[in-house]
Design a protein around this ligand. Structure first.
Ligand SMILES: Nc1nc2c(ncn2[C@@H]2O[C@H](COP(=O)(O)OP(=O)(O)OP(=O)(O)O)[C@@H](O)[C@H]2O)c(=O)[nH]1
Ligand SMILES: [Mg+2]
Length: 369
């Protein structure tokens, strides 16, 4: 199975053109001076964040990108033209790292953001450049510098406010279809969803947020079971996780509490930060539970899990409770945004909570003479 949200590419910037060594040849002028021009710079390779792209699919087919080399310098004071740049369009949310060292070089977060991936080589100097009062006829010239080349790893991380989390078949795709404009495939077998779906939830005019449905997670995912953890990275940038739980599994011996615990254990193994994200429990398929038992079942699950956060009981199929849940999510996100818009300014030197304080110690007072 191939997924289009990662790719490895090679980029090569253009080499610089060589400088030229040449002398003027003019009638009646025996010693024309040097007239060799400089070589042109090689083309750069850039990445450009394009909001109209959603996948890295283009980079699975073409994997090598080369910018043009700079033209060599020529006689008669002619400088070489610079090589043309190559601009690679990538979706917003692409993380670009060096494939060899793993170092993250850039994250494309804003549409229109442009990042240099490989720098074109400088052009060499022509002999014109070396002319001086003591050397009127230099023969020196320099060669163009090679353009940078590197192998890059591209990863697309979905940018969503809210991520859906849960076992296969929990009803994640049904929920996103019920509340957003996304129309994912829904079916009564596990691993229906094979790649992330994004949906926009509108709770009012100008009031919306983005929700991501990712493939279901199973025990052992952190070690690669099922579709593995390759999609969990999409949840890393969300602000809230909705953990969907099937309250009416086909197999009655399946305990929803054990299922929740299994997912939490996978999250912790994969990324403790992800496990520490705000997570709300969304108990689904309540339409399958007899009305008189619902409350007791919900209470039982919450009590056994000792879950402290918000809990919602819904039916993604009948849509009962879905609108209420989305309103609460919106309010929560709006609260976060408001808090960010008016940040509390703390002098970093007095911010004891910062473990990674990168503030230089204060310089000792200058001594009086
Ligand atoms: N009765 C009932 N069935 C539901 C509800 N929500 C989802 N289903 C059914 O459960 C099955 C699985 O739903 P999906 O939405 O595909 O589940 P998923 O979590 O996206 O599954 P994966 O993509 O495989 O991880 C489908 O047959 C749905 O119709 C619900 O609230 N009530
Ligand atoms: Mg699904």
């Amino acid at each position: 199975m191939k997924f289009v949200d990662e790719a490895t590419i090679e980029v090569a910037a253009g080499d610089g053109g060589n400088g030229c060594a040449s002398f003027r040849h003019e009638k009646f002028k025996e010693f024309g001076g040097p007239d060799g021009g400089d070589g042109g710079r090689g083309g750069h390779v850039w990445a450009l964040a394009d909001e109209n792209l959603n996948t890295l699919v283009d980079y699975r087919y073409t994997r090598r990108f080369e910018a043009q080399r700079g033209e060599h310098g020529k006689g008669s004071d002619m400088f070489g033209a610079k090589g043309e740049d190559v601009v690679l369009r990538m979706p917003v949310g692409t993380v670009i790292s060096d494939a060899e060292t793993g170092e993250v070089l850039a994250e494309l977060l804003q549409p229109g953001q442009k990042v240099m991936l490989a720098k074109g080589g400088d052009g060499g100097f022509g002999n014109l450049h070396f002319k001086s009062s003591t050397n009127r006829a230099p023969r020196q010239r320099t060669m163009g510098r090679p353009g940078e080349r590197r192998t890059l790893r591209l990863e697309l991380k979905v940018l969503a406010d809210v991520g859906l989390l849960g076992m296969p078949n929990a009803g994640k795709s049904t929920l996103i279809a019920a509340v957003s404009n996304a129309r994912p495939k829904i079916a009564d077998y596990p691993f229906t969803t094979l790649y992330p779906n994004l949906g926009v939830v509108r709770v009012g005019p100008e009031k919306s947020f983005v929700i991501a449905d990712v493939p279901g997670l199973i025990e052992g995912a952190a070690e690669g079971a099922g579709l593995g953890h390759q999609f969990l990275r999409h949840l890393q940038r969300t602000r809230l996780l909705l953990h969907l739980v099937d309250m009416a599994p086909f197999d009655e011996s399946v305990d929803p509490v054990a299922q929740v615990r299994a997912i939490v254990a996978e999250l912790k193994k994969y990324d403790p930060q992800l496990a520490a994200k705000p997570r709300w429990l969304v108990l689904n398929k309540l339409d399958m539970v007899p009305a008189e038992e619902r409350e007791a079942r919900v209470r039982d699950v919450v009590r056994r899990l000792r879950f402290k956060g918000p809990v919602f009981a819904i039916s993604a199929l009948t849509r009962e409770g879905c609108e209420h849940l989305m309103l609460k999510v919106y309010e929560y996100l709006a609260g976060l945004r408001a808090a960010e818009a008016a940040p509390v300014r703390v002098d970093p030197r007095f911010d004891a909570g910062r473990a990674d304080a990168d503030v230089a110690p204060e310089a000792p007072p200058a001594r009086r003479r």
